[in-house]
Design a protein around this ligand. Structure first.
Ligand code: DAH
Length: 367
């Protein structure tokens, strides 16, 4: 009997002391298991006198029940504690800021193109597009650049050897000017479009890449007569449009430009436009100053081009201009070398690219 009570006290104490479910199971096995202490004590009953055996048996059963109940309740407590600990260790702090993820950004070429579209859009121009693989005819012939014309060699054309479309052989367009032709072929004057896009030439150095971007402009309206003066699309308008564009683009109040006589087969007369600049404390200031830098080509659309596109030069006239997006971007954002534009180096993009949600507009600002 004393043995039973000692075992009971010892076991109940061990149950309370068990800190883990494993410890508790050890206690169960050592008391109630096949080779456990209570089991061993009960085996001694066989040698007892019947009276003693009955008493011992009843006491042993009560102790067994008491131990089992204590085991169950301790087990429940330990399980609850284990669950609470697991929940505590696995909590997510929802108040923590999200990990900053690398987001996309807007390439300076896209940015400058969007800026130009916003500025010309405000002046009433719409955007026209054409294919990058173009026919010889639209890229050259219709623009008054016949096969034997030296301008064909000037442009370092990539030919699509072996491919001949219905309208002749195919080239990667060397300029956006064929979109002028496409527009005049499909629209009636008055026409006021800009044509941004990729162009290709076999050339590569610090300021030339085999693929680059241009924005072409085209305005066609009534020809000048005694009644309407010079008409509604003469060189004065051309100069005004370009000055307004350059002021808005470079964000300056005044801009100084000069039209220098030049030659393009598709315009007559033709001019190259220089913009005034100066260097102040090592920094390039565009718009003013006594130095000139060439920025774009332009002119009055050659009457032969109008004829090629089914527009009567007796009734209509107009002007066109073409500029390089990379050059505009390099000047505006002070980038010295063109090649990194197309290297996809994230360090360069981190520095020069633009916020994706800052879409340029004349009312919200360009950048
Ligand atoms: N197409 C010319 C080039 O790529 C640029 C150009 C010059 C376009 C004068 C024009 C223009 O529309 O009038 O070199």
């Amino acid at each position: 009997m004393t043995d039973l009570n000692t075992l009971k006290d010892k076991t109940l104490e061990a149950i309370t002391a068990a800190a883990t479910l494993e410890d508790l199971d050890q206690v169960r096995v050592s008391a109630l298991g096949k080779k456990g202490e209570l089991t061993a004590l009960m085996k001694t009953m066989g040698k007892m006198a019947p009276e003693e055996r009955k008493e011992f048996g009843q006491a042993a059963n009560l102790i067994k029940d008491a131990i089992a109940t204590a085991l169950d309740s301790r087990k429940a407590t330990l399980e609850e504690e284990a669950l609470a600990a697991q929940l505590a260790s696995e909590t997510i702090d929802v108040t923590q800021p999200a990990r900053p993820r690398k987001k996309g950004s807007i390439h300076p070429i896209t940015q400058v193109t969007e800026e130009a579209i916003a500025i010309f859009g405000e002046m009433g121009f719409t955007v026209a597009e054409g294919p990058e693989i173009e026919t010889d005819k639209l890229c050259f012939d219709d623009l008054n650049i016949p096969t034997d014309h030296p301008a064909r060699q000037m442009q370092d054309t990539f030919y699509m050897h072996g491919y001949t479309g219905d309208e002749g052989s195919l080239v990667l367009r060397t300029h956006t000017s064929p979109v002028q032709v496409r527009t005049m072929n499909s629209q009636k004057p008055p026409i006021r479009v800009i044509c941004p896009g990729r162009v290709f030439r076999s050339d590569y150095d610090a300021t030339h890449t085999p693929m680059f971007h241009q924005i072409e402009g085209l305005v066609i309206d009534e020809r000048g007569t005694k009644e309407n003066g010079g008409g509604r699309a003469h060189m004065g308008h051309l100069k005004g449009v370009l000055m307004d564009f350059l002021k808005a683009f470079f964000q300056v109040d005044e801009v100084k430009i000069q039209l220098r006589p030049s030659y393009f087969p598709f315009t007559e007369p033709s001019a190259e436009v220089d913009i005034g600049y100066e260097i102040v404390n090592g920094e390039l200031k565009i718009g003013q100053g006594d130095k000139w830098m060439e920025i774009l080509g332009c002119g009055m659309v050659n009457s032969r081009v109008l004829e090629n596109c089914g527009i009567d030069p007796e009734k209509y006239q107009g002007f066109a201009f073409g500029m390089g997006v990379e050059r505009l971007s390099m000047l505006k954002y002070g980038m010295p070398d063109l090649r990194p534009y197309f290297d996809s180096d994230v360090r360069w993009l981190d520095h020069y690219a633009f916020e994706p949600l800052m879409i340029p507009s004349m009312t919200r600002g360009l950048n």
